[in-house]
Design a binder for this molecule. Structure first.
Ligand SMILES: [Zn+2]
Ligand SMILES: [Zn+2]
Length: 266
């Protein structure tokens, strides 16, 4: 196994993914309670005590609510930029082992190469990630995964960062018609969601895929679906052209109420 990605859960109610290599097990975001994360890890055959690090994208609760319950696991390193770390720390009673990085920097953690990049979202310093493994030779081919959720639109930098990865985890947050019809959210919240610092609609995510569509992609995983303002059938309809056989990559959708797919990258 070079690298295995397991989407433990992803929706606008909580996000957490597990990435395993031969040398480390890390989480990308911790947007469920620590208890729930432990349960999801257990179902996937892992334990919280095996987790080496967590990489946070931004301070919203659906990405880091679990940090408060991790005081019992002081050995887990929490990687974040300063803006995110300071914001999350304000609601904590313990001080995790923060590992601060500069947005845009590239660094190594064990056998992973980690690169963060800025994304437009209504948080203090939100980022996407590319995590890569392998030396790029025959014995150890380079494999990479991009996480791009929670963004109002995709600037050129984001397009560049997702172009060469093997697995792209991309937000398909809402269906525009379902969002407009939703009765739980006031107009101002709908404006925020669909705005330049909100979330990608199905249509916007599809257009982004169509404009970047890269021969490097092996899997594209649609994630961070809204429970109220999206549905599997709406996503399937919007992405129908990417579900045809014969494309260079496979498309999968993470249902809002269950775990997602597993990607083996050897
Ligand atoms: Zn989110
Ligand atoms: Zn967010």
């Amino acid at each position: 196994m070079a690298m295995r990605l397991t989407i433990l859960g992803s929706s606008s109610s909580g996000n957490c993914a597990l990435l395993c290599t031969d040398s480390c097990k890390v989480l990308i975001d911790a947007g469920f309670s620590a208890k729930r994360i432990a349960e999801m890890l257990g179902a996937a055959g892992h334990g919280l005590d095996q987790i080496d690090a967590i990489f946070l994208t931004h301070e919203h609760g659906d990405h880091c609510t679990g940090i408060s319950g991790l005081a019992r696991w002081p050995g887990i390193k929490i990687f974040a930029n300063r803006g995110t770390a300071e914001s999350v720390q304000r609601s904590l009673r313990h001080r995790p082992d923060w590992q601060l990085f500069e947005t845009g920097s590239r660094f190594r953690f064990r056998d992973l190469e980690v690169e963060s990049f800025s994304i437009p979202h209504d948080a203090i310093e939100p980022v996407g990630y590319v995590l890569a493994h392998g030396d790029g030779d025959l014995l150890s081919p380079r494999r990479s995964v991009a996480f791009v959720t929670d963004l109002g639109y995709a600037p050129e930098l984001v397009r560049q960062r997702i172009r060469d990865v093997d697995v792209l985890v991309l937000e398909a947050n809402h269906d525009l018609a379902l969002l407009q019809r939703d009765t739980k959210r006031p107009w101002s919240v709908k404006q925020r969601i669909s705005g330049r610092h909100g979330h990608l609609s199905n249509e916007a995510a599809r257009d982004l895929m169509a404009s970047v569509e890269s021969p490097a992609w092996r899997h594209v995983c649609l994630a961070h679906l809204s429970r109220d303002c999206n549905s599997l059938s709406a996503v399937e309809a919007a992405f129908a052209r990417f579900m045809q056989p014969g494309l260079g990559f496979a498309l999968s959708i993470v249902p809002p109420d269950s775990g997602g797919p597993i990607f083996d990258l050897s």
